[in-house]
Write a protein that binds this ligand. Structure first.
Ligand SMILES: NC(=O)c1ccc[n+]([C@@H]2O[C@H](COP(=O)([O-])OP(=O)(O)OC[C@H]3O[C@@H](n4cnc5c(N)ncnc54)[C@H](O)[C@@H]3O)[C@@H](O)[C@H]2O)c1
Ligand SMILES: O=C(O)[C@H](O)COP(=O)(O)O
Length: 392
């Protein structure tokens, strides 16, 4: 049987090693029409007219707030991401950020850049001026980590190795992340507890309704005088105006982030980097390799791994005839699907059904070919969102 030349639209530059994970006969590019799948990094898809041909989205990264996940769920389209694949890159930038804040590195550099005159005059001015940039050391200081997922848990571990005390808060920590945490990490009961206890606070939560403006004026008011706030999560998690006010009032010592904004521009104690957290060769490759593999496995075999809106579902191929059905998580879906297959005279070879929140997903291998009529019958069942026939 000829291989299906599936089409993948890329909305950002995706690492070549990742793209190499797609089957060779796939057509991949930034101007592909009627794509079967989309690969994206941070491009904003909320206002995009996502073609009806799209069966899956792959986010080569962690955060999916740039993707209309709810709308895609209603169409039965899974959104994949790459959990943990860029965690080390972000961890390293956060450590760099803590050091920038602790040692006043950016203001110190700006001071030197502003000097003129002869070398002798410059040496004199640097010796006289350096005391303004004297800093603090990390051992013994307390780092507060809000969000102990892939990134937060790695940072907690690195900070312990640097001799820091670590206090963390995450109301929904996963078992994997909990296993990664050193026993020295103290568990806080709330965001407020972390803020009260920490000299450095770093944020590693997704941008959700519940985390928008998580760090606002009232919460900054609870922080230790002279604390350093680090935000390598998302811009919307922090109220920039409140941060600037706290910096000006001497409440916060520094704000270090990778989300530049006009409100922060030019402030002496803000370091606003480009959105660089995941921009390393290694992280870009890891993310692209992971998500391209997941996308291809879904398009070819219907298997789901690391989707933010669908359950993990995987079934070995034992028959050439497979149906993949996305459906609402409501009673009697499996019963209706099985009844339709039986009415069409098809024997079920293997079947798996799993759910996650409002979504459910069914993979069915049958012993003989599936007709177009049966696919239409299945698609017409109330609650069925998408049906794909995937002959091997
Ligand atoms: N700056 C960058 O380049 C960059 C790179 C990667 C990720 N990110 C951002 O960082 C976020 C976290 O990434 P990750 O890989 O660690 O994701 P993750 O899913 O592994 O971890 C997120 C953690 O946040 C926790 N959480 C959710 N709401 C919370 C709340 N209100 N209080 C405390 N904890 C809460 C979750 O339970 C989860 O454990 C991403 O969603 C993304 O927005 C930014
Ligand atoms: O959520 C993420 O993974 C980061 O924000 C990285 O975004 P990027 O892929 O645009 O670097």
């Amino acid at each position: 049987m000829a291989e299906t030349a599936r089409k993948i639209l890329t909305l950002n530059a995706i690492s070549a090693r990742g793209l190499a994970r797609l089957p060779q006969h796939y057509v991949v590019g930034g101007d592909v029409a009627e794509p079967d799948g989309i690969l994206v990094r941070s491009a904003n898809m909320h206002d995009m007219d996502i073609p009806a041909s799209v069966r899956a989205i792959g986010r080569a990264g962690a955060g999916t707030n740039n993707i209309p996940v709810k709308k895609l769920s209603e169409r039965g389209v899974p959104v994949f991401n790459a959990p943990g694949a860029n965690a080390n890159a972000v961890k390293e930038l956060v450590i760099a950020g803590m050091l920038m804040g602790a040692r006043n590195l950016v203001p110190a550099l700006k001071f030197v850049e502003g000097l003129g005159g002869s070398d002798e005059e410059m040496h004199k001015a640097t010796e006289a001026g350096k005391k303004a940039f004297a800093g603090i050391e990390l051992p013994g200081r307390t780092l507060g980590v809000i969000g102990l997922g892939a990134i937060g848990s790695h940072i907690a571990e690195a900070a312990i190795r640097l001799g820091m005390q670590v206090v963390g808060y995450d109301p929904a920590i996963t078992v994997d992340a909990a296993w990664r945490l050193p026993s020295q990490v103290k568990r806080a009961e709330s965001v407020e507890d972390v803020l009260r206890m920490a000299d450095f606070v770093t944020l590693h939560v997704p941008l959700l309704d519940a985390t928008r403006n998580l760090i606002n004026a009232q919460r900054i008011g609870l922080m230790r005088p002279g604390a350093v706030l680090l935000n390598f999560a998302r811009e919307g998690v922090v109220d920039n105006a409140a941060v600037v006010e706290a910096l000006d009032a001497g409440k916060l010592h520094a704000y270090i982030c990778d989300f530049p904004a006009n409100a922060l521009k030019g402030h002496a104690r803000v370091v606003a980097l480009p959105h660089l957290g995941a921009s390393t060769e290694e992280a870009e490759e890891n993310c692209a390799v992971m998500v391209a593999g997941q996308l291809a496995d879904y398009l070819e075999h219907g298997n789901i791994l690391n989707s933010v809106n669908f359950p993990n579902v995987s079934m070995a191929r034992e028959s050439a005839f497979r149906l993949a059905i996305a459906n609402a998580n409501v009673p009697n879906m499996v019963g209706q699907i099985s009844a339709a297959l039986a009415a069409a005279g098809l024997n079920i070879h293997n079947m798996v059904n799993k759910s996650k929140g409002d979504m459910a997903y069914t993979l069915v291998d049958v012993d003989s070919a599936v007709s177009g009529d049966l696919i239409r019958t299945l698609a017409a069942i109330e609650g069925v969102l998408a049906v794909r026939y995937l002959p091997a």
